[in-house]
Ligand binder design. Structure first.
Ligand SMILES: Nc1ncnc2c1ncn2[C@@H]1O[C@H](COP(=O)(O)OP(=O)(O)OP(=O)(O)O)[C@@H](O)[C@H]1O
Ligand SMILES: [Mg+2]
Length: 266
């Protein structure tokens, strides 16, 4: 079987406003198998979000190749590309949901990429496919909030809305960029437990950018460390040591080194 994702010597450059270039990623190669759980860690500006956006095909590599289930998206026509894109569901730190509308409409918006214009338009007037919405809302534990205005929900509940919106798309792969960074630390565990449980049930690939190392080590068997746009390590979480983490975050002003002493089992 083809890997879910394969990166071959991928680089991504961005043009800066002063005319120079920033090398967000350089020479990155690795594979992610379908159904794998993987966390990506590294200092601020290392290239983690850029990597996510390359994986979900919102960015194109400047050099190298990305294959999704063995296919190069650059070789596909518009309709095959659309189909390939809907295989991946993305969850962002800021949830990316519309606060002023009801929860049910936010969840349904996950269906938009696969619906015709007319169906999408009608769903704004009256939500169609309520059964699917109820099914995913129940799975993430927000069934009773369906008709609430989304802004009335807590941070953790809003993140669950974002997860439900991804689930309704029935993705084969879930990418989450700092999914717990905007929720109360005490709720972060339950969001990750939920994401993992749902991914196990549906045999979904789960790739998460996460700045909390303790959570990365607790929930993910494979950890990739990125620094200055390059892969520093790609290891089983059991192989990670304090020295490896210190090297990864060396010079990062925001990193709290004393947090390494609190880590268990390393
Ligand atoms: N659209 C863009 N235009 C110019 N530079 C960009 C753009 N997007 C990212 N970069 C640069 O690429 C580098 C990597 O950014 P990226 O957002 O991928 O880092 P990150 O690892 O996600 O950081 P953080 O942990 O702070 O979220 C940074 O130097 C950033 O300034
Ligand atoms: Mg980021």
């Amino acid at each position: 079987m083809n890997p879910a994702f394969e990166l071959k010597n991928v680089s991504k450059k961005f043009k800066r406003s002063n005319g120079g270039w920033s090398n967000a990623l350089s020479g990155v190669s690795f594979k992610i198998q379908s159904g794998e759980f993987l966390a990506i860690i590294g200092p601020s500006g290392a290239g983690k979000t850029t990597l996510m956006r390359l994986l979900n095909l919102t960015l194109r590599p400047s050099e190298g190749e990305i294959l999704l289930e063995g296919q190069n998206p650059l070789n596909l026509n518009a309709s095959s590309l659309r189909k390939l894109r809907t295989k991946t569901g993305s969850i962002y730190q800021q949830f990316d949901i519309v606060p002023s509308i009801r929860v049910i409409h936010n969840i349904l918006s996950g269906k938009l990429p696969s619906w015709s214009f007319l169906k999408s338009f009608l769903s704004l007037i009256y939500p169609i496919d309520i059964t699917s919405v109820a099914r995913v809302a129940e799975k993430v534990g927000i069934l009773e909030c369906l008709w609430e205005k989304t802004s009335k929900l807590s941070g953790g509940e809003q993140q669950r809305v974002a997860i439900a919106r991804t689930l309704i798309q029935n993705p084969s792969h879930i990418l989450a960029d700092e999914p717990v960074a905007s929720v109360d630390p005490s709720r972060a565990d339950s969001i990750l437990i939920l994401l993992k449980k749902l991914s196990e049930e549906n045999k979904t690939t789960l790739v998460v950018n996460i700045h909390d190392i303790a959570l990365a080590l607790k929930f993910f068997p494979r950890i990739i460390g990125i620094r200055n746009g390059k892969i520093e390590f790609d290891l089983n979480s059991k192989e990670i040591t304090k020295e490896i983490l210190q090297k990864l975050y060396e010079g990062d002003k925001e990193f709290q080194y004393e947090s390494l002493n609190k880590l268990k089992n390393i």
